[in-house]
Design a protein around this ligand. Sequence first.
Ligand code: AQP
Length: 329
Amino acid sequence: RPRSLSGIQATSDSLHLGNYIGALQQFVEQQDTHDAFFFIANQHAITVDQDPAELRARTLRTAAQFIGAGLDPARSTIFVQSHIPAHNQLGWVLECTTGLGEAQRMTQFKDKSAKNEHVSLGLLTYPALMAADILLYQTDVVPVGEDQRQHLELTRNLAERFNHRYGKAFTVPEPQILKATAKIYDLQDPTAKMSKSAKTPAGRIDILDEPKALAKKIKSAVTDAGTEIAFDREAKPGVSNLLTIYSSLSGRPVEEIVAEFEGRMYGHLKVALAELAVEALTPLRERTLELLDDPAELERVLHRGADAAEAVAGTTIADVYDKVGFLRR
Ligand code: AQP
């Protein structure tokens, strides 16, 4: 089986619909076809300021949402990034494999460093740690959203550079970015990515939103000029975004939904989507809250995940240390 690996940052109380549709839904599907590793990126989280108690709580909340959304600890290895020191060990080696200019060219670094007053060195070196997250596990495919494409390209370059210089240590991974769902947009500004750090939460659907709040956000989504329900990202970004969400939550193709709503108004689509979203997300929310009632069990799952992850990561890092010439202890 090909190995699949991906991670999500523990930077919010709830993941949003972009994280869910762009990433988590794919993780769940891959459990049956791949040797699946999914982790909670708590180290990436501290590239910007985090409250320690909040970060700890959010790490468990993110794990609960993974499982609540359908990841099965019996079929997937679910673990916390900081539990495996090899991420850092390889991260350093890859920092030394990355050019300064290369890191500075990353658009996420440019965007985030422009937005934040205090820019940490970690924000710059983050893509090397992310490459380590992936390469440690000899990963074949990495399911992510569009915003991670550039980091994945860097990861591939670093793997090839290292393999070429020191001998093959890494599988060169392929990104899996599903065209249709790779970018879910903000409901209030459908030209911007749905994001945790959006200015207003009204445009962001959190997967743990209460049903009423969820329905309200969808019903107040910004739509476009005209009245026809059609998929056209350029002319109708708002409606196209709603159709994309509808399609991925229902598992039905966009064309079928467009045909169903022919001759009807934007409002009809919103009402139907609000209903669908509540129906799709309520069980996820309930399972997540139930899991959070028993943190000890969640911690046991993460402990087992760390043991399984460490076994794979340990082999890679030992090989890498040998290859770069670190004297054995
Ligand atoms: N809007 C999105 N559409 C599709 N996929 C998305 N992802 C994030 N936003 C969207 C994908 O979710 C996975 C986890 O991403 P992350 O842990 O890097 O989350 P994030 O970047 O902290 O989420 P935000 O909302 O994008 O945060 P800010 O605002 O801080 O940048 C990844 O696979 C990502 O592609």
